[in-house]
Design a protein around this ligand. Sequence first.
Ligand code: GLU
Length: 271
Amino acid sequence: MRLRKASALAATVLTLSLTATACGGGGDAGGDGITIGIKFDQPGMALKTPDGTYEGFDVDVATYIAGELGYEPDQITWEEAPSAERETLLQRGDVDFIVATYSINEERKQQVDFAGPYFLAHQDLLIREDDEVPDVEAINDLTLCSVTGSTSASNVKEDFAPDANLREFGTYSECLTGLENGAVDALTTDDSILAGYAAQEQNQGKFKLAGLELSDEFYGVGLPKDSDLRDQVNDAIRQMVDDGSWQRFVDENLGPAGYEAEPAPEITETD
Ligand code: GLU
């Protein structure tokens, strides 16, 4: 028993030091490969699986764009890009670009550039299966959970439910436990993300989407300010739509959750 514990510890130490080496220098930005920021905990959109692979619509979009920029999938380093850290990751040069359910808005455009958009989602509520769908006015009476640094949290405060009690976490998955045990009444963010949680095997029969279109969220590819990649990324997005890859990525990743995606939006973020 002792021995096994010791060797497990040794393995952990080895893994940690290998990880530390791989991460040294703050990612691959500028090196042989490319470092892309994604979410790690949004099933359907971008998920790091227990075996260390990455899957989801944003992963496929990012891999396609990287391919058009000349990078093979094995040259991609995936970096977690939580909502509140996206601007900083781009400004510090820790990532080359971000594909992480990242809504284009004026405030963010002061700090970073965007290509795209490549997707249109709408903010919604995830509630417990047995609860009644509130009308928009009644959202003010609820305890909501969302994520710091997201448009979902700022839309609640500045737009549709300024009087609601809003709890903020670092990731959306942290809100799910609170929703299940009754600590919060609803998790609010984009319907694309919520549909993925509702469809997860361990959540079957527990939650449902309210079906309220509370906002328009146009997802862009986040780039460092004044990046010279914007034209190429926009070309890659256009081609991804034209050659049918975009629809395939939607069907494969969001189809299983029964999510009905909007058509691919027009590209607006040009020089
Ligand atoms: N699309 C929204 C945003 O960019 C919510 C999803 C997220 O936090 O990634 O803030």
